[in-house]
Design a protein around this ligand. Structure first.
Ligand SMILES: Nc1ncnc2c1ncn2[C@@H]1O[C@H](COP(=O)(O)OP(=O)(O)OP(=O)(O)O)[C@@H](O)[C@H]1O
Length: 235
């Protein structure tokens, strides 16, 4: 299928001696937002880290636009156009907003080219351009973490729990930004906030105990209370 940008097939990933992913498979269509759902500890973060090459799977395959990427180091996967926004707002707290964005330029990024788009998406980052990241509010730090992944012209963004710990009004701003981002890239989103994931995602995959157990269209899942109760523990 040519419109599949990312295909993860039966990956098994270990952390130390622990067998964390025991068969995770998923497909992300180009131009879509796909949500990766599941309880705490289901293996969502480990799946993103496996794709990114930070916890490479021991078996199974990962393809980006048909090209195998498992076994490659993370920097090469980044060079291929995969951006990663880890959980807990990973920014450099002692560096200014501008410095955080410049660091994200590295080889592939072009802040001059991307700046207008980023600042329109997150006007607060313009206001606090020369302020240290650590002085920003939690929501602004999350915006900066996402913005760092937008400096390069990435074709796939892996975003881990962007709503974590944020007030509903800030979550709405992030939802609006992700929607605009989806117009020009593809997003695989890990999200515990089901209402947020439901607003954004076209398709979903549910992980349970390190395995992918169900997938489908988000528009169908929102009515499937049995599945939501069984795997997500939220009404
Ligand atoms: N460094 C580690 N050492 C040992 N076990 C780990 C480590 N990191 C994660 N795990 C375990 O791997 C499993 C999957 O963790 P992962 O963070 O991928 O889950 P998750 O679905 O993202 O959950 P959460 O929403 O809590 O982040 C959990 O049982 C967790 O305890």
């Amino acid at each position: 299928m040519s419109d599949v940008l990312l295909e993860v097939d039966a990956i098994h990933t270990f952390i130390g001696q622990f067998h964390i992913l025991e068969g995770v498979s998923l497909k992300v269509r180009a131009g879509s937002i796909t949500a990766l759902l599941g309880r705490n500890g289901a293996g969502k973060t480990t799946t993103l880290r496996s794709i990114m090459g930070l916890n490479p799977p021991r078996s199974g395959s990962i393809r980006l636009a048909g090209e195998p990427i498992n076994g490659r180091p993370a920097y090469e996967i980044a060079q291929l156009g995969v951006g990663y926004v880890p959980e807990h707002r990973a920014i450099f707290r002692d560096l200014t907003v501008e410095e955080n964005l410049r660091l994200a330029e590295r080889k592939r990024g072009d802040l001059a080219k991307r700046s207008d788009f980023i600042m329109a998406l997150f006007p607060d980052l313009k206001r606090f351009y020369r302020h240290p990241g650590g002085k920003l509010s939690g929501g602004q730090q999350q915006m900066l973490a996402i913005a760092r992944a937008l400096v390069a012209d990435n074709r796939l963004l892996l975003i881990d729990e962007p709503s974590e710990g944020l007030a509903p009004i800030i979550v709405e701003q992030i939802v609006a930004a992700l929607r605009q981002m989806a117009a020009e890239t593809t997003i695989l989103l890990v999200e515990q906030n089901f209402a947020m994931a439901a607003q954004l995602a076209d398709e979903y995959y549910i992980l349970d105990d390190g395995r992918s157990v169900q997938h489908g269209r988000m528009a169908d899942l929102v009515h499937d209370h049995a599945t939501i109760d069984k795997y997500l523990g939220a009404g």
